[in-house]
Ligand binder design. Structure first.
Ligand SMILES: [Zn+2]
Length: 339
């Protein structure tokens, strides 16, 4: 992989010690003009691995774009050992439509990996990223955020313990140092995914990891726009991974204790009304304690959601009101603390 030759993606090239920014065409718009996505190449002066950074494969996830912009600005190619290829905005159409999915084929671009050259819009774009960038990289960090909902800010390891490169990916997640790691082959987290048991296998992080490019998925805290704290956590995590890989100087700064969880569960409302959390985001809740109350417009409590087992409040609804059956929060269970 990395060698003395220039680092290139299509006509974009970076020689040793260079940073190059440009655009690559991944599709055509309805007026026949090219749909181009921004790509950054950084080739270090010294040898080292190639890392792929990706943001906004879910088109409305903006904090990850903020993270990559800052990383590529801060990296000094003279101090870099190895190479960085960054796609700053992977879901062209979703980004321009302010939607998480690709509005052209209505698909999630994180559920179609490794893509298909003769497939639908999402599959074709992913096929190009996969063949031209991902498989030529040693490691990848696919940066996400939890939609618009506030969350603990975590890193997901999408492959199971018995699958190839799990341990390498888990170590990347540990050194990322967000404080919270989901170590699970996720296939039943979201209600909509329960009809698609292969959902984990259709994600970049699963495909790339098992095929030889260990990949982690940071899930920064969600928001509508850019949130400085969320961006800083992402920048710190990516730099920690680059330090761990000996690509930039310094040692990773990792929290003394981090939580590893095995399962995430969505809490759905049994009554409609206003919600009031009785626990802080990130807190550990013992069985029997109330997590959230639902009340009517007069302030009368209609329902309490009580923890059935020890859990950690992982993510909460962005709005303070819900309908029956609507998402309220995500809790994590089977919690382990690592030093
Ligand atoms: Zn996402």
């Amino acid at each position: 992989m990395p060698d003395d030759e220039s680092l290139k993606v299509r006509e974009l090239r970076a020689n040793s010690g260079q940073k190059k920014f440009g655009w690559i065409k991944v599709a055509e718009m309805q007026d026949s003009r090219p749909a181009e996505i921004p790509v950054a190449l950084i080739k270090g002066r010294k040898q080292g691995p190639r890392v792929y950074l990706q943001a906004a494969i879910d088109g409305d996830e903006l904090n990850p774009i903020g993270v990559i912009r800052r990383i590529i600005t801060r990296i000094d190619p003279g101090q870099l050992s190895g190479e960085i290829v960054a796609v700053i905005l992977a879901n062209f159409f979703g980004f321009h439509w302010n939607e998480p999915w690709n509005p052209i084929d209505k698909l999630s671009m994180n559920r179609v990996w490794p893509g298909r050259a003769d497939g639908s819009s999402s599959e074709r774009i992913v096929d190009q990223l996969w063949k031209e960038i991902v498989i030529h990289s040693n490691y990848a960090i696919d940066i996400h955020q939890t939609g618009i909902s506030p969350s603990v800010g975590s890193v997901y390891v999408r492959v199971g313990k018995d699958e190839p490169n799990h341990d390498v990916a888990f170590e990347m997640a540990r050194v990322f140092g967000s404080g919270h790691i989901l170590d699970e082959k996720e296939s039943k987290i979201y209600a909509s995914d329960s009809f698609n048991p292969k959902s984990a296998e259709t994600k970049l992080s699963w495909q790339a990891t098992v095929r030889g490019t260990p990949t982690i998925t940071p899930e920064l805290s969600g928001s509508f726009g850019w949130v400085e704290g969320s961006i800083q956590k992402g920048v710190h995590g990516v730099e920690n991974v680059l330090k761990h890989l000996k690509m930039i100087p310094g040692d990773p700064e990792i929290p003394k204790r981090q939580y590893v969880v095995r399962h995430l569960k969505n809490l759905l409302a049994n009554r409609g009304g206003f919600i009031e959390f009785k626990q802080e985001l990130g807190s550990i809740i013992d069985a029997g304690n109330t997590i959230v109350e639902v009340s009517d417009p007069f302030g009368q409590v209609l329902d309490s959601v009580v923890a059935k087992e020890k859990c950690l409040l992982w993510r909460i609804s962005e709005y303070p009101m819900v309908s029956t059956g609507q998402y309220v929060a995500t809790i994590a269970t089977e919690i382990e603390e690592i030093a």
